[in-house]
Design a protein around this ligand. Structure first.
Ligand SMILES: [Fe+2]
Ligand SMILES: [Fe+2]
Length: 189
C-alpha cells in the first residue's frame, strides 16, 4: 500500500501523471538526439507523442479531473477554489501549448536546423509547465481530496477513473493508447 492508500482513482491519476512525464521525457530526448545529430529520430515520432497527449491526457485525464475530482472537492470545501481555478486554466493552457509545439515542429521540419533552438525551448517550457501542474495536483489537490471527500464521493470518482476509463466508452481506444505509449517509450532510447 502506498502513502496514498488504496484509492483506485488516485493510483490511476498517479500512473497517468507518470506516463505523461515519461512521454515528455521522450520529447526532451528527441530534441537532444536531434541536436547531437548522430541518431535522428523521425518527425513522425514526435507527432505520435503529441497525438498521445491530445488523445489521453487532454481528452480523458484532464476532463475527468475537472468533472469528477475537482467538482466534488468544490462541493465539500472552498479552501482551494483558487488553486482549482488555476488548474482548470492550466488544462486549457496545456492544450494551447501542445498546438504551439505542433506548429513549431512543422516550422523546424520545413526550415531545418536553425529552427531547432526555438523548438527546443518550447519543449523545455512545456516540460516545466507540466511538472509544475503535476506537482500542484499531487501535493495540494490529492491530499485535500483524501481529507474532505466522503466514501460516497469516492465511489463516483473511483468508478469514473476506473475500469471504463474512456468517457465515450470506447475501450479499444485505451488499448490503442497503451500500445502507442509503449511504442513511444521504446522508440526514443
Ligand atoms: Fe492530472
Ligand atoms: Fe490536471
Amino acid at each position: 500500500m502506498t502513502a496514498w492508500g488504496r484509492r483506485d482513482a488516485i493510483s490511476i491519476i498517479l500512473k497517468e501523471h507518470q506516463q505523461l512525464t515519461t512521454v515528455i521525457g521522450a520529447m526532451l530526448q528527441f530534441v537532444r538526439l536531434r541536436e547531437k545529430g548522430d541518431v535522428t529520430p523521425s518527425f513522425v515520432v514526435f507527432r505520435s507523442m503529441l497525438y498521445y497527449i491530445r488523445e489521453y491526457p487532454e481528452r480523458i485525464h484532464h476532463p475527468k479531473e475537472e468533472q469528477y475530482l475537482f467538482t466534488r472537492i468544490r462541493a465539500r470545501t472552498h479552501e482551494i477554489d483558487k488553486v482549482l481555478d488555476d488548474l482548470n486554466r492550466q488544462h486549457a493552457e496545456g492544450e494551447a501549448r501542445v498546438r504551439d509545439l505542433e506548429h513549431e515542429l512543422t516550422r523546424y521540419e520545413l526550415a531545418g536546423d536553425w529552427a531547432l533552438q526555438d523548438f527546443r525551448s518550447l519543449v523545455e517550457q512545456y516540460a516545466s509547465f507540466y511538472a509544475n501542474h503535476r506537482q500542484i495536483e499531487e501535493e495540494i489537490i490529492l491530499p485535500v481530496a483524501l481529507r474532505v471527500l466522503t466514501a460516497e464521493d469516492w465511489v463516483e470518482i473511483d468508478a469514473a477513473f476506473g475500469a471504463n476509463r474512456d468517457p465515450f466508452e470506447d475501450v479499444e481506444l485505451e488499448e490503442d493508447l497503451d500500445k502507442l505509449f509503449r511504442m513511444i517509450v521504446n522508440i526514443v532510447p
